[in-house]
Design a protein around this ligand. Structure first.
Ligand code: ATP
Length: 258
């Protein structure tokens, strides 16, 4: 293990992915520091989605390695990686539609503490008192207290997005992959979610953030990696990325909201 891997939450080294003649990723390396928010940005087709699928274990790269907390996870399935705490938010199809938000969050916390239990057992053994403080804390951090007694179907688009991330956090992740969390949200909902990420996760759990909203990226991130055509163009602190002539020329100058 190198000294860097001892302190980094995630390390990707020399990742290459080819789709026939297309090189989607060409020797990409990226290190996500413990507790930091690291954004991955780049124009359409840069390779961001492909890199996330390599990280999560959904796609095997042609070459390269992935380490989480110093352990080589390159050969593990997506399920094994998820069980180790590499967590990606999905649509909330797994929600119990008949239960309130408060109860759904409670079930995620029980599942975190008793990972071997089946959903039916989790449901039977839920203990409201044991996790009460954590549930209330999540409701506050994700601005969901006013909706705590509602069923999922009653939620607005913005509420659902914050609940998705709160549920992911409740499962006790080691690393959180947020893939375009602000996509499709109104300005007000996007601002509420940025606040929740800042107050609810930043500094506690390392986040890899893929996002097109540059205001949010520069506001939230401790580090930014810019990809273009399957390669890393630049990686560093937000101020350095903003000032980089190469990044300006290749990408940021095209962004309306930069
Ligand atoms: N399953 C696939 N088969 C063939 N080519 C693919 C496949 N998936 C991605 N590609 C190609 O790989 C390259 C990288 O695509 P990718 O979706 O990772 O980029 P991206 O940065 O996520 O783009 P966007 O911001 O539009 O989501 C593109 O040239 C894309 O056309």
């Amino acid at each position: 293990m190198t000294p860097a891997s001892a302190t980094s939450a995630l390390e990707m080294r020399d990742i290459t992915v080819r789709f026939g003649g297309i090189v989607a990723l060409n020797g990409v390396s990226l290190t996500l520091g413990a507790g930091s928010v690291h954004a991955l940005i780049g124009p359409n087709g840069a390779g961001k989605t492909t890199l996330v699928s390599v990280l999560s274990g959904e796609r095997r790269p042609n070459t390269g390695t992935v380490r989480m907390n110093g352990t080589d996870i390159s050969t593990l399935s997506a399920l094994r990686r998820a069980r180790l705490g590499l967590t990606r938010t999905y649509q909330l199809t797994a929600l119990f539609q008949g239960l309130t938000l408060r109860e759904n969050l409670l079930l995620s916390l029980v599942a975190r503490d008793r990972p071997a239990l089946s959903p039916a057992d989790i449901f039977r053994r839920r203990d409201r008192t044991r996790h009460a403080d954590e549930v209330e804390d999540l409701l506050d951090r994700f601005a969901l207290r006013g909706k705590a007694g509602e069923k999922p179907a009653a939620l607005s688009h913005g509420d659902r997005r914050r609940l998705e991330i709160a549920m992911a956090l409740a499962t006790g992740p080691e690393v959180l992959l947020l893939d375009e969390p602000l996509a499709g949200l109104s300005t007000a909902d996007a601002e509420a979610l940025v606040r929740s990420i800042e107050e609810g996760i930043k500094g506690r759990i390392p986040i890899l953030l893929i996002e097109h909203d540059m205001d949010a990226v520069f506001y939230l991130s401790d580090a930014i990696t810019v990809m273009v055509n399957g390669t890393v163009l630049a990686s560093g602190a937000p101020e350095a990325i903003r000032a980089s002539p190469e990044v300006q020329a290749a990408y940021l100058s095209e962004e309306d909201d930069f």
